[in-house]
Design a protein around this ligand. Structure first.
Ligand SMILES: Nc1nc2c(ncn2[C@@H]2O[C@H](COP(=O)(O)OP(=O)(O)O)[C@@H](O)[C@H]2O)c(=O)[nH]1
Ligand SMILES: Nc1ncnc2c1ncn2[C@@H]1O[C@H](COP(=O)(O)OP(=O)(O)O)[C@@H](O)[C@H]1O
Length: 204
């Protein structure tokens, strides 16, 4: 059996429910993944805690992390930087634990290049109308920005071929069930491949 963890990347268009589904994944008592806390230059929202929700950084601090190669990936999103700390991810995978990233699509593309063996899951809205309803319902975006988000989402949905799985986020708990089933199947698959390899060596 492989002793390395699996890198799970959950991505998808803005407003599809990535944050909501990720929180639901980790609120299950049997959640077995380690969540990689991202770095961001966005200001903390009410109730957010540094080192729990994000590591909150200044623009200068973040740019230094980029220069020093401390980020596995990073992207700019609505005027702020977001990025994944590379050391945490590598050390946790080496320790045999699965790491869960919830990131936007530009970042997911960068991770695919560096970790082609990762498990890439695209969260899909049930429809574009429902996506618009969710973005409007969240109430964080102006009318202009909503239009931009919808245009961006349309393009992102066309680029799903780099993902291993597409999960439709119709119902949050159902999406969590599907993600858990995908990860479990991935563990069985890698075990089967390794068992087959050992079998082959033993026959020789
Ligand atoms: N590329 C990248 N995106 C991230 C990272 N952390 C969070 N994000 C994404 O950044 C976007 C904005 O997150 P946030 O400011 O918390 O607002 P939200 O829209 O309420 O989730 C979401 O799409 C997250 O998935 C990261 O480390 N890297
Ligand atoms: N399955 C779902 N059904 C209905 N509403 C949802 C569902 N998943 C998320 N939402 C809602 O959609 C909005 C956007 O979700 P959010 O998690 O902020 O998206 P993202 O992190 O992808 O930008 C939120 O108001 C959230 O409550």
């Amino acid at each position: 059996m492989s002793d390395k963890g699996i890198l799970i990347v959950l991505s998808g268009p803005s407003g599809v429910g990535k944050g909501t589904v990720r929180k639901a994944v980790f609120s299950r008592p049997d959640a077995k993944f380690e969540y990689s806390i991202s770095m961001t230059t966005r200001k903390p929202r009410e109730g957010e805690v540094d080192g729990v929700d994000y590591f909150f950084k200044s623009k200068e601090e973040f740019e230094k992390l980029i220069e020093e190669g401390k980020l596995l990936e990073y992207a700019q999103y609505v005027g702020n930087y977001y990025g994944t700390p590379v050391d945490y991810v590598k050390e946790t995978l080496e320790a045999g634990k699965d790491v869960f990233l919830e990131i936007e699509v530009q970042g997911a593309k960068q991770v695919r290049d560096k970790f082609p063996d990762g498990l890439f899951i695209f969260l899909m809205p049930p429809s574009l109308d429902e996506l618009r309803n969710r973005i409007v319902g969240r109430g964080t975006e102006s009318v202009d920005l909503i239009h931009n988000r919808m245009e961006a989402a349309r393009k992102e949905i066309e680029l799903t071929s780099m993902y291993d799985y597409i999960v439709v986020n119709d119902d949050v708990e159902r999406a969590v069930d599907k993600i858990n089933a995908i990860v479990q199947a991935e563990h069985c698959r890698s075990e089967r491949v390794i068992d087959k390899y050992i079998e082959m060596l033993e026959v020789k």
